[in-house]
Design a protein around this ligand. Structure first.
Ligand SMILES: Cc1cc2nc3c(=O)[nH]c(=O)nc-3n(C[C@H](O)[C@H](O)[C@H](O)COP(=O)(O)OP(=O)(O)OC[C@H]3O[C@@H](n4cnc5c(N)ncnc54)[C@H](O)[C@@H]3O)c2cc1C
Length: 426
């Protein structure tokens, strides 16, 4: 039987999985990657350790994708976290589950994940062509017919899977070119926006605190006086604002508010386990025990030194003032900073710095059961270039692998073979 010729565009996790699945089903698969290596963003994932999935159940997963989660139900039913973990474990890679059910390779190295994907591509017989940037697609009779490379070559095929990623960390290869190709072919594109991204603040304090990590703090975001969201976790100050797992995870909701021109502020509760009264008692105890010491030294038990300097300045207290000279008013000012260190959010960092891209090919134009375009026969989408994005925790990579698997299987299995068209028409 004649093999189906499938071109997969993009060698990230979604494209590699699509190619592995389609080639594994016996089809003639060519994977085109614009860079000279595969999986460059995958290598950065999980700080180089690759949080490849999460062991939470399907419903929990779907909620992590906000309003678009339900679109992924079929892809997850086809190939979910257990199947993904089996995929790697059956090929000899041991995995481990860390806090919040996040799954990592036991090696703590994302290269272990990439190595298996590369080996499996080879074993499946998929051909990989590097430095092959796709710039256009050609259609014949409403179906895909060929891809055009930047160097002018055309590759004729029966099916095309676009797996080009989003628009961030463009040095890894994902530069929105796939989304632009989809748009040119008439697909609706939900505007691309940054997701999982650091936030800038209006105040200048972060410059003095750059690199400082605060653990087990509560971060609260406000739209004016109304609290939008509040969670406990880890925060890192950048030169211009806040980052770290907590700020990044909550950034999506903040960006939504900023887009509506709302005034968003953030409040850091450095001592979420203590009430104001308990904190006051604690301060009184510290000040009594260190009566002759400067406030700067006494606060070391409670706060990192760099933050003490900023707080004392904000509370308008002399850094060298002795603890036994601190007034009740000054103590109250310190407590209100410890319980509610407030800053105004000015903007999200540029999309280039986002861990994910929000927006992409509209879900209305993709069949969730196959990942096929509803506009063009034989064209499939998978991974981050479609309008899905999730919280941190391994959900984004699972979505890339699951949609890639489904796209690969659909492209391989559901084709109606036609004699090749004589001419390639646009
Ligand atoms: C710093 C960082 C850390 C992350 N950590 C995690 C994590 O731990 N867990 C998690 O779940 N998610 C994580 N993510 C998100 C996750 O990496 C992405 O969601 C995932 O890589 C998306 O996979 P993809 O295959 O859709 O796209 P990509 O990985 O972006 O791959 C797209 C590929 O397509 C190629 N390409 C693009 N355009 C063309 C073209 N026109 N022609 C040919 N090739 C093209 C690109 O070169 C690239 O190789 C992280 C992201 C970042 C930036």
């Amino acid at each position: 039987m004649q093999k189906i010729k499938i071109v997969v565009v993009g060698g990230g996790p979604s494209g590699m999985m699509a190619a592995i699945r389609a080639a594994g089903l016996g089809q003639d698969v060519t994977l085109l990657e614009k860079k000279d290596s595969l999986g460059n963003k995958l290598l950065l994932s999980g700080k180089g350790r690759c949080n490849l999935t999460n062991t939470e159940d399907l419903e929990y997963f779907l909620k992590r994708f906000s309003k678009n989660g339900d679109f992924l139900r079929d892809a997850f039913k086809k190939f979910f976290n257990r199947q993904l973990m089996d995929f790697f474990e059956q090929r000899g890679l041991k995995l481990k589950i860390e806090r919040q059910m996040r799954v990592f390779p036991q090696t703590d190295r994302s290269t272990s994940i990439l190595d298996i994907l590369k080996k499996e591509l080879e074993r499946s017989g998929a051909q990989v062509i590097y430095k092959a940037k796709v710039v256009d697609l050609f259609l014949a009779g409403g179906k895909v017919r060929a891809v055009r490379l930047e160097n002018g070559w055309d590759i004729v095929c029966d099916k095309i899977i676009l797996a080009c990623g989003g628009a961030s960390y463009s040095f890894t290869g994902s530069d929105a070119s796939g989304v632009n190709i989809a748009k040119k072919l008439g697909h609706d594109i939900v505007p691309l926006r940054p997701g999982l991204i650091p936030l800038d603040v209006k105040q200048g304090y972060p410059r003095k605190l750059e690199g400082l990590t605060l653990r087990n703090i509560r971060l609260k975001f406000f739209d004016g006086k109304t609290q939008i969201v509040s969670e406990i976790g880890e925060l890192v100050f950048t030169a211009s604002g806040i980052s770290g797992p907590l700020a990044i995870t909550l950034s999506g909701k903040v960006i939504d508010m900023l887009e509506q021109n709302k005034n968003v502020s953030v409040e850091i509760d450095l001592k979420p386990a203590l009430s104001n009264e308990q904190l006051d008692n604690r301060l009184l105890r510290e000040f009594k025990a260190n009566a002759k010491k400067s406030i700067k030294n006494a606060l070391k038990e409670l706060l990192p030194l760099r933050l003490i300097k900023v707080f004392i300045e904000m509370a308008a207290i002399d850094l060298l003032k002795k603890c036994n000279q601190i007034t009740q008013g000054e103590r109250e000012r310190i407590i209100s900073l410890l319980k509610g260190f407030r800053m105004d959010i000015s903007k999200a960092r540029p999309i280039e710095e986002g861990m994910v891209t929000r927006g992409g090919v509209s879900l209305k134009e993709i069949n969730p059961k196959t990942m096929e375009s509803r506009l063009i026969k034989g064209l499939y989408f998978c991974g981050e270039m479609i309008d899905i994005d999730a919280d941190t925790g391994g959900f984004n990579l699972q979505a890339a692998f699951s949609t890639g698997y489904l796209a690969g299987e659909s492209a391989a299995a559901l084709i109606q073979l036609k004699p090749p068209a004589k001419q390639v028409a646009k």
